[in-house]
Design a protein. Structure first.
Length: 353
């Protein structure tokens, strides 16, 4: 992305799109009893509360009635149907991991099978987005957690800590091609969860090969532990490689969330917050998802940048738009479309072969 003269002035920036991630599948209900929704009614009400606070995208996971992470897609359909009635204008973004929480104490924290994740393309009612990871990699969620972050939570138990320390995100080439094809066929927009710049390179190749043709909405996921680190150097190197015709949301972990989000607001990018990313406010006290949204709304308004309405967020993310050709996709995203001519020596080798 380029920052031309005036790029930091609010009148030249898109309105802020706030993604709320209020379900926190890695946490147990006892980690924040007043803010972790368990029943379907509580999960739906949490979406309403986040929307009323200013969030227009809902990053969505589901819990069972006992508070455990739900891996049953029939229940996803049930909650989705309720959400579509309660917050019809909100962009529903289903977490592509479904639930990475361990099934029982001592079990591994892991993403579900390739075929199970493909089933997200067949959810009814249809969500607007499903998050899509690029390239298999380590997702050590605890590397950045301090002892203070873990204190008083389930992560203070060694079995839970160990389970998340070894988590892997499976997102190989064959799965990715098939997943993108199924999402596209069902009119669901991928929201790409990119963890380091190599993922952007792979994604650009997928676009140039015609495997993905559509708007490019990206989350920079800076958790460390195999992902980028949430620091200004890593952040700006990543931003530099994102094409101008895309949107970029910054995502961090624990108490790094607020400074990273404040920088995103200043630069005209978009933000994500909620207890999935952090339980803690800047003072080290627990902070609810709604309080985190309200804080970002205040910061953005102080900087003169407006908050996107649900209709404006859909326009910014180009919900419902797909492109027809590789050339159209490259042009819309403002990637260079011209290829360098084949070097004479290479052409000669091809003829000789």
């Amino acid at each position: 992305m380029h920052f031309l003269d005036g790029a930091l002035l609010p009148e030249n920036q898109e309105k802020l799109v706030i993604t709320a991630a209020p379900y926190g599948p890695q946490w147990e209900p006892g980690d924040f009893p007043s803010d972790i929704p368990v029943t379907i009614e509580q999960q739906v009400q949490k979406a309403v509360d986040c929307y009323n606070a200013g969030a227009t995208v809902l990053h969505f996971h589901v819990r069972e009635d006992d508070g455990s992470g739900c891996k049953n897609l029939d229940r996803f359909n049930e909650v989705l149907s309720r959400l579509k009635q309660a917050v019809p204008d909100m962009i529903i973004q289903v977490g592509g991991s479904i639930s990475f929480a361990p099934v029982e104490e001592g079990a591994n924290a892991e993403w579900l099978s390739d075929e199970t994740r493909h089933m997200l393309a067949r959810l009814k009612p249809t969500p607007e987005q499903v998050t899509v990871a690029i390239n298999t990699g380590q997702m050590n969620m605890v590397e950045l957690m301090t002892p203070e972050d873990r204190a008083g939570t389930s992560f203070a138990r060694k079995a839970v800590y160990d389970a998340y320390e070894e988590m892997i995100v499976p997102a190989g080439p064959a799965w990715l091609r098939e997943h993108l094809a199924q999402l596209s066929a069902n009119g669901i927009q991928p929201h790409f969860q990119i963890t380091q710049k190599s993922g952007l390179v792979t994604l650009e190749r997928l676009i140039r090969e015609g495997i993905y043709k559509g708007p490019l909405n990206v989350n920079w996921v800076a958790l460390s532990g195999g992902f980028d680190n949430p620091d200004p150097y890593s952040m700006m190197e990543f931003i530099r490689l994102v094409p101008d015709g895309s949107t970029l949301t910054l995502e961090a972990q624990m108490r790094a969330c607020l400074p990273i989000n404040a920088m995103a607001i200043a630069m005209g990018l978009h933000v994500r917050c909620g207890i999935e990313d952090t339980l803690w406010g800047p003072s080290g006290d627990r902070m609810s998802s709604v309080q985190q949204i309200e804080q970002l709304v205040r910061i953005s308004r102080e900087m003169g940048r407006g908050i996107a309405s649900a209709k404006e967020a859909r326009t910014i993310f180009k919900i419902g738009t797909q492109y027809q050709t590789v050339d159209q996709t490259l042009a819309e995203l403002r990637y260079p479309s011209a290829r360098r001519p084949v070097r004479p020596a290479l052409a000669e080798r091809k003829v000789a072969a």
